[in-house]
Design a protein around this ligand. Structure first.
Ligand code: ADP
Ligand code: ADP
Length: 230
């Protein structure tokens, strides 16, 4: 699904130049659940932002499916993003004024899905993540773990090819965090490709492969055999 070759991203401010990604190459197959780890500042967010087409590299190639997207402009990136990629954030990023149901419905409205189809998809998705009984509640009436379930439902409701998760358990206690990781693992087993940035070696065990970055380069890669047997 993803083939990245020799990616370079440099940030320049008046005084300093920081190489966030240094000739990084990476392939991700359909059906994988990849974890990206590494110390603060090693380039994880930069890589996830480029994979998610929120940002573009200075040099190198990025093939998403069959398309070379590295030099796409914001408008071209947005159109691929909207059609193919779901995002899950550390802070959930739900809209507090909208109900659980309405939060999950929003991406379908953006994608111009008809109202009757929206109802079926939202209802099914809320059931799939185990939060259907809270459809009429508002985000702040839910626990962190439940809010993240809603965020996962929102990321998946458009049936994206790829889900990107940035520290999905970063604001959760271990019980809620574990539940969210089990949910992601289950969705991956059902076929969703997931790429997750995490600081937690425990969370990374739920994935099928873990790469570690240092100074913008991949320094190690571990396949989780247990998961691959599924
Ligand atoms: P991580 O997510 O692993 O903490 P980042 O990708 O956020 O790493 O950052 C990689 C490096 O690039 C760091 O040295 C960071 O300070 C720098 N960096 C990231 N974003 C910017 C930016 N917008 N402007 C300047 N430097 C940045
Ligand atoms: P994370 O918690 O995911 O590692 P960071 O704290 O590294 O995130 O970065 C959060 C945001 O701030 C990112 O979008 C990144 O691009 C930006 N950022 C990181 N470092 C810098 C920096 N030195 N200057 C400007 N922006 C930065």
């Amino acid at each position: 699904m993803i083939t990245i070759k020799n990616l370079i991203k440099t940030y320049r401010t008046e005084e300093v130049e920081t190489t966030a990604l240094n000739q990084l190459s990476l392939s991700v197959n359909t059906g994988e659940f990849l974890s990206i780890m590494g110390p603060s500042g090693c380039g994880k967010s930069t890589l996830l932002n480029i994979i998610g087409l929120l940002d573009s590299p200075d040099d190198g190639s990025y093939q998403f499916d069959v398309e070379e997207v590295a030099s796409y402009n914001e408008k071209q990136r947005a159109s691929i993003r909207k059609a193919n990629i779901g995002f899950v954030f550390q802070n959930f990023n739900l809209i507090d004024e909208l109900s659980v149901y309405e939060n999950v419905e929003l991406p379908l409205i953006y994608n111009k899905v008809k109202p009757e189809d929206r109802k079926v998809k939202v209802t099914q998705m809320l059931e799939r993540v185990g939060i259907a009984h809270r459809a009429k509640h508002f985000p702040l009436q839910l626990s962190g773990g439940q809010q993240q379930r809603v965020a996962v439902a929102r990321a998946l409701v458009t049936n994206p090819k790829l889900v990107l998760a940035d520290e999905p358990t970063g604001n959760l206690d271990s019980k809620n965090g574990n539940e969210v990781m089990e949910l992601l693992s289950e969705l991956n087993a059902q076929g969703t490709t997931i790429i997750m940035v995490t600081h937690s070696a425990y969370d990374a065990k739920f994935s099928t492969r873990t790469i570690s970055l240092k100074d913008g380069e991949i320094v190690s890669e571990i396949k989780n055999e247990q998961k691959l047997d599924i």
